[in-house]
Design a protein around this ligand. Structure first.
Ligand SMILES: Nc1ncnc2c1ncn2[C@@H]1O[C@H](COP(=O)(O)OP(=O)(O)OP(=O)(O)O)[C@@H](O)[C@H]1O
Length: 327
């Protein structure tokens, strides 16, 4: 298998690490992969870890106060190590100026893989397998008592090695929150907590400032699948109230937009949208609703991007009805 090198971003002078710098005397910085809202992600090599790695860093002081986001991500990633849908972390800590996490290099995120599709969508079989693995990833996180709270295609990547290229990994644990007490009981829900998540993907409950629960991670997962199947989500980032109402309309059982996702995905979405905050989702039953959508493909068969997006063209619907205007 050809070695994967991530596409690197142009330098713009605001980099926190320099090209060829030996970070912590061990990791050789090879380039910038991305600039997130909070920090930066670098491609690097490591003489100890067999595969290439990324270094995710954020300044210790951000906008005048100490940033705790990555400290939380370090703690959670550490606790989640060994779970199949979580990136392997090779090192973490802080310097005087930076908090950092070093983890295995993964492939492009699913949002970018969708953008590369000539028809800007993915086939039902690929989407079903992504969401089935995404649900397994949620089970990994929820079973530890945490919510992810930022589920979206940009936070899902496949591995890059022979063994991991068909294994979905959930990234970005900077917004996690405990929803379970150590004894397995639920924490008390708060009244009007602050907003956490990405506006496009959060549930109506999050718009309404209800405290989040596993059901809300599922709603974001379901919306992610809709976006992968239908080119766009049927709402635009306009007025927040309009966005909320468009989501509510989309979730009605007879919503024409929802039905464009196909019968199996419509049933899956209906099951997800009916979950209440207090519910304990049945992960396996929800995954099983998507098995038919996989067609004759197994989890280990090629995904769209490995087959020049052939199946994304011929997914049984014309591109026009997939490419509806934003509402
Ligand atoms: N281990 C990894 N290997 C390769 N790419 C990664 C890895 N982790 C993250 N990325 C890429 O970097 C992007 C940003 O990562 P992440 O969301 O963890 O950073 P962030 O600073 O929290 O970003 P944001 O503010 O956008 O949420 C992801 O969308 C993904 O494409």
């Amino acid at each position: 298998m050809k070695k994967y090198t991530p596409p690197l971003k142009d330098r713009n002078g605001s980099e926190l690490l320099q090209m060829n710098e030996m970070f912590r005397g061990r990791f050789k910085v090879r380039g910038l992969i991305g600039r997130g809202g909070y920090g930066q992600i670098y491609y690097a090599s490591d003489p100890v870890f067999p595969d290439d790695v990324v270094i995710k860093i954020e300044p210790v002081i951000r906008r005048g106060s100490t940033s705790k986001r990555m400290l939380l991500e370090q703690k959670i990633l550490y606790r989640l190590q060994g779970r199949p849908h979580v990136p392997i972390m090779c090192a973490s800590g802080h310097t005087d100026q930076l908090n950092f996490i070093v983890m295995q290099l993964l492939g492009p995120n699913i949002g970018d893989l969708k953008k590369r599709s000539p028809v800007k969508r993915l086939s039902p079989s690929t989407v079903a397998r992504i969401i089935i693995q995404g649900i397994a990833a949620l089970r990994d996180v929820h079973s530890l008592g945490y919510l992810h709270r930022d589920v979206k295609p940009a936070n899902m990547c496949f591995g890059i090695t022979q063994n991991t290229r068909h294994v979905l990994k959930l990234v970005d644990y900077g917004l996690v929150r405990r929803f379970m007490n150590p004894d397995g009981t639920r924490r008390k829900l708060r009244n009007r907590p602050g907003f956490r998540g990405t506006l496009r993907y959060v549930s109506v409950r999050v718009h309404d400032r209800k405290d989040q629960s596993p059901a809300d991670d599922f709603v974001s997962m379901a919306y992610s699948g809709v976006e992968l199947l239908l080119v766009n989500l049927p709402w635009k980032l306009a007025h927040i109230e309009d966005l909320r109402n468009a989501k509510e309309e989309f979730q009605q059982p007879n919503s024409p937009f929802l039905q464009l996702t196909g019968p199996a995905y419509t049933i899956f979405c209906a099951a997800v949208f009916s979950l209440r905050s207090s519910d304990q989702p049945d992960y396996s039953a929800l995954q099983a609703l998507l098995f038919d959508m996989m067609g004759d493909k197994s989890m280990k068969d090629a995904y769209d991007w490995e087959e020049n997006y052939r199946d994304a063209y011929s997914n049984g619907s014309s591109s026009e009805n997939k490419d509806f205007a934003d509402i």
